[in-house]
Design a protein around this ligand. Structure first.
Ligand code: SF4
Ligand code: SF4
Length: 271
């Protein structure tokens, strides 16, 4: 029986869709994944996929729910002895925002969700004014006195970064040329939070991709700036219109899905 199953798999037509069906959390550069990444991916994907039937607003709501799901997984991990005693301490803390000087990637639907929620906040005018004044290439507009002014709304990519040596962030992200003491800065980071939130953002993007909706990775600041004063942006995006400028586009997460070619017998039958 096993032999028949293998034979069937080997003769099945290969399409991007069939390849996607085997993806759980996409692999890291070294080709490995992790149970944590897969768990976050599965949990978020299972929650987001049904929400797409509810239209644009439901899709944006699903982003907030995806943040809650991923944060709950991360809280569970933080509470384990394995994390507490087996993971090197991160250098992160309030007032340390060198990482916010880099370009931050976000899923397109995350940006639309953040824009909607940001417009509802009591401090919306102040935050939108900061964003409108944001010059390309500078630190994130929401970095205020070394802290994130939209902490509970920040994208997945901001949530998973826990470096062990702030000097590395200072020189790499903020490009500061400062005298450093001690050993060379270390690039080491905590893997569990990165796995959780990387898995989660892929789990968020994949259902949109499968539904043929554009949910590419975009550059957070220019993408948000382009839609923050356009309350109709989410509805236009849902209709398939381009709402982000070309310079905000970072990359697509997944291979494009093309309809499978009909089998020869089907073509003869005119199917
Ligand atoms: S990632 Fe780096 S810059 Fe950001 S809070 Fe942590 S140590 Fe500081
Ligand atoms: S959204 Fe917040 S955490 Fe993310 S880059 Fe901006 S200031 Fe930093």
């Amino acid at each position: 029986m096993a032999g028949l199953a293998i034979l069937a798999a080997m003769t099945a037509p290969f399409t991007a869709e069939s390849a996607l069906s085997t993806i759980r959390a996409p692999r890291s550069r070294d080709g490995r994944s992790s149970p944590i990444k897969d768990a976050a991916f599965d949990a978020v994907q299972a929650m987001v996929a049904p929400a797409l039937a509810g239209g644009a607003e439901a899709a944006l709501d699903a982003v907030g729910q995806a943040y809650a799901v991923a944060e709950a997984i991360w809280a569970d991990i933080r509470a384990t002895p394995a994390y507490a005693f087996g993971t090197a301490k991160a250098a992160c803390g309030k007032g340390c925002g060198w990482c916010c000087h880099q370009r931050v990637g976000a899923a397109a639907v995350e940006v639309l969700h953040i824009a909607r929620q940001l417009r509802l906040r009591p401090d919306a005018d102040t935050l939108i004014a900061r964003l409108d004044a944001w010059p390309t290439g500078r630190a994130c507009a929401f970095l205020v006195d070394g802290a994130c002014a939209i902490y509970e709304l920040r994208p997945f990519k901001c949530r998973g970064l826990y470096q062990l040596d702030a000097r590395w962030c200072m020189t790499t992200y903020a490009k500061l040329d400062v005298p450093l003491f001690g050993p060379p800065p270390s690039h080491d980071y905590q893997a569990p939070p990165k796995d959780v939130f990387d898995g989660a953002v892929f789990g968020l993007a994949l259902p949109f991709h499968r539904a043929g909706r554009d949910c590419a990775g975009v550059d957070f600041m220019p993408a948000l700036k382009a839609v923050i004063n356009r309350p109709d942006a989410a509805a236009r995006w849902w209709r398939g219109e381009k709402v982000f400028p070309a310079e905000a586009h970072l990359h697509d997460w997944f291979p494009s899905i093309k309809p499978a070619k009909p089998k020869r017998a089907d073509r003869h039958r005119g199917l």
